[in-house]
Design a protein around this ligand. Structure first.
Ligand code: ADP
Ligand code: MG
Length: 261
């Protein structure tokens, strides 16, 4: 978005010329976009269009074949003279990616740990902070997602919606600057999606920078400030939600949106 007064907004993520293949299958065919601080980008599109792969390329769960990835102004990967992407060292990559957090469709909580232990794990093991220091922050996050009273429960005793809210709190415990969500409500019974979306809306309202792959069109329309429609490995169309949903320009976007209603 244009900012005509004051300083230019900080670019949190820039993806340019991103190509990714799995064997013969080219899954990302030249993806370009950037996200500035406080943006909530909703990524929509049919199954198999490359949304998850794109998201996983941001934090190096998948590696790109070509293109540039910059996070908060630091290069994670860029093309060499042959046009092939080269990554920075593992150590530098970890440092750069420390500001990202991810929430998956399948929660992925540690089943043998309590809710509180799930939140403490990464700050203590990865950041080498003391549990005593992290615990009050973790308690605060659990209050924020409405699950303070479940702090000593094991994930298996929680509903899917509660587990996903714990997963969000767990990601936040690492104090990320960018949160990545891959269809966070798709594994939930319909009656449980609302509580997770509410938590995400609250994060958005606090200006957390978010990239959200979702099938929830209401969330994309109301909570996001930018929508991107992907199909077959390309960005077909993107824009601000009000414009995008009211006046989709491309045939494929119109067909997809008609299907979602
Ligand atoms: P979406 O999230 O939009 O449904 P994905 O990024 O999961 O799409 O998948 C895009 C394409 O890449 C699909 O054809 C999928 O089968 C394929 N794909 C995804 N991950 C892998 C993988 N690890 N190995 C091989 N093919 C994959
Ligand atoms: Mg996916």
């Amino acid at each position: 978005m244009e900012n005509t007064v004051g300083a230019a907004p900080e670019i949190m993520l820039r993806m340019s010329g991103i190509h990714k293949r799995f064997g013969e299958l080219e899954v990302l065919k030249g993806i370009d976009f950037s996200v500035v601080k406080g943006d909530v980008l909703a990524v929509i599109g049919p199954s198999g269009s490359g949304k998850s792969t794109m998201l996983r390329c941001i934090n190096r769960l998948e590696e790109i074949d070509a293109g540039t990835i910059e996070i908060k102004g630091r290069v994670l990967a860029k093309n060499n003279s042959e046009g092939t992407a080269e990554y920075v060292s593992e150590a530098e990559s970890r440092e750069i990616l420390a500001c990202t957090g991810m929430v998956f469709q399948q929660f992925n909580l540690f089943p043998h740990m309590t809710v509180m232990q799930n939140l403490l794990e990464a700050p203590v093991q990865v950041k080498k902070r003391s549990a005593e220091e992290v615990r009050p922050e973790a308690e605060e996050l659990l209050r924020k997602v409405g699950l303070f009273d479940k702090r000593d429960s094991y994930p298996g005793r929680l509903s899917g919606g509660q587990q996903q809210r714990v997963a969000i709190a767990r990601a936040l415990a690492m104090k990320p600057d960018i949160m990545l969500f891959d269809e966070p409500t798709s594994a939930l019974d319909p009656e449980l999606t609302g509580e997770v979306l509410k938590t995400m809306r609250e994060l958005a309202a606090e200006h957390m920078t978010m990239v959200v792959v979702t099938h929830e069109m209401a969330f994309a329309r109301e909570a996001a400030n930018h929508v991107m429609f992907m199909a077959d490995g390309v960005i077909v169309e993107q824009g601000i939600p009000a414009e995008f949903f009211a006046h989709p320009a491309q045939e494929r976007t119109i067909a997809f949106l008609n299907n979602m209603l």
